[in-house]
Design a protein around this ligand. Structure first.
Ligand SMILES: [Zn+2]
Length: 287
C-alpha cells in the first residue's frame, strides 16, 4: 500500500514539474532557434559569415551618418554587425529605380542600411524570399496614397517619402523598417498576420494571443481619443480577420519610440526585444 502512495506522490511531483516547466517556457517567446528554410537562406547566412569583420567605406558611412536619424542612437557594438549585413545586402539584392535614371549610390546605401538595421542581430536569411526592391520617385504606381508596399518577394518604396521618414529618429514611423517588417512577417508562412513565426512553432499561439490583446488595446486607445505609441494604422484588420499592420507599426514604434512602447505596451515591447535581439528603449543619443 505504501508503495502505491509513493507512486501517486511521484506522479504528482512529475505533474507539478511539467506545469512549472510549461509556465517557464511561456516566458521565452521569440527565443526559438532561427532556421533558414530555403537554400537561398543558407547561402545568405554563409555570405554573412564570409563578410565577418568587413567594414563600409568612409564615404558610405558618411552617407548613413548624415541621413539616418537612428544612426546616432545605435549602440557602438551594433555598428560592426550592421555594416557586415549592409555589405551583403548590397551584393545580393537588386534595387531598381522605377524611372529611367538609375538609382544613385546614396539611394542604394540608405535602403540597404535601413533594411539591415531591422536584422542587425538576426540572420540575413530573414530575407530569403526577397527577389526585388522597387524604388519609386514619389507615389507607387500612380497611387497617391501608396508610399510603400510589401509582398513575400518584393518591396516597393517611395524615395521622396523614405527620405523624410529616415531623418526623424523619434516620430515612431519609418517606411523602410515598416515594409521590411512585413517581409519578415511573410517569410515564415506567406501570410502577413503580425505573427512572424510559423504555425508549427511553439511560440505561434502566444504571438496570436499577443496580437489579439494588443490590437484590442490599440483600438480602445484610439476610440477613446488617446494618443498612442503605435500608429492608428496598426489597427487595420483584413476581411479575413488578420491584423497585418500591427507587427510593422509596432516595429517602427519599437525602434523609434522604444521607451514609450515599453511603458504603454510592455508585452509587445518584450516580444519584439526577444525577436529582434535588441533593446532600443535603452539606446541613447550619441554626444
Ligand atoms: Zn504596412
Amino acid at each position: 500500500m505504501n508503495e502505491f502512495y509513493l507512486l501517486i506522490c511521484i506522479i504528482i511531483i512529475i505533474l507539478i514539474a511539467l506545469i512549472f516547466f510549461r509556465k517557464k517556457e511561456k516566458k521565452t517567446l521569440g527565443k526559438s532557434p532561427i532556421k533558414a528554410t530555403n537554400p537561398y537562406g543558407i547561402l545568405l547566412d554563409n555570405l554573412l559569415k564570409q563578410k565577418k569583420g568587413k567594414e563600409l567605406t568612409s564615404e558610405q558611412r558618411s552617407i548613413i551618418e548624415s541621413n539616418i536619424g537612428l544612426y546616432h542612437w545605435l549602440p557602438k557594438d551594433l555598428i560592426a554587425p550592421w555594416e557586415e549585413r549592409i555589405i551583403c545586402f548590397l551584393e545580393e539584392f537588386p534595387i531598381t529605380f522605377m524611372k529611367r535614371e538609375m538609382p544613385t549610390k546614396e539611394m542604394e546605401i540608405l535602403v540597404a542600411a535601413e533594411a539591415c538595421l531591422l536584422i542587425v542581430n538576426r540572420p540575413l536569411s530573414d530575407y530569403r524570399h526577397l527577389k526585388a526592391i522597387h524604388l519609386w520617385e514619389d507615389e507607387i504606381n500612380g497611387n497617391k496614397n501608396a508610399r510603400g508596399s510589401a509582398t513575400r518577394f518584393e518591396i516597393s518604396l517611395s524615395w521622396n517619402y523614405l527620405k523624410q521618414s529616415i531623418k526623424k529618429a523619434r516620430d515612431g514611423h519609418n517606411l523602410t523598417l515598416h515594409e521590411f517588417a512585413h517581409l519578415i512577417d511573410f517569410a515564415d508562412d506567406g501570410i502577413a498576420q503580425s505573427i512572424p513565426v510559423s504555425r508549427n512553432s511553439k511560440d505561434f499561439k502566444q504571438w496570436q494571443e499577443l496580437v489579439n490583446n494588443e490590437h484590442k488595446k490599440l483600438m480602445q486607445a484610439y476610440e477613446g481619443g488617446k494618443n498612442y505609441s503605435i500608429r492608428a494604422y496598426g489597427g487595420y484588420e483584413s476581411i479575413k480577420g488578420d491584423k497585418p499592420e500591427l507587427f510593422s507599426c509596432g516595429t517602427s514604434a519599437f525602434f523609434e519610440r522604444g521607451s514609450r512602447l515599453k511603458r504603454e505596451c510592455t508585452a509587445i515591447y518584450n516580444a519584439l526585444q526577444e525577436f529582434y535581439g535588441i533593446d532600443p528603449a535603452n539606446w541613447r543619443k550619441a554626444e
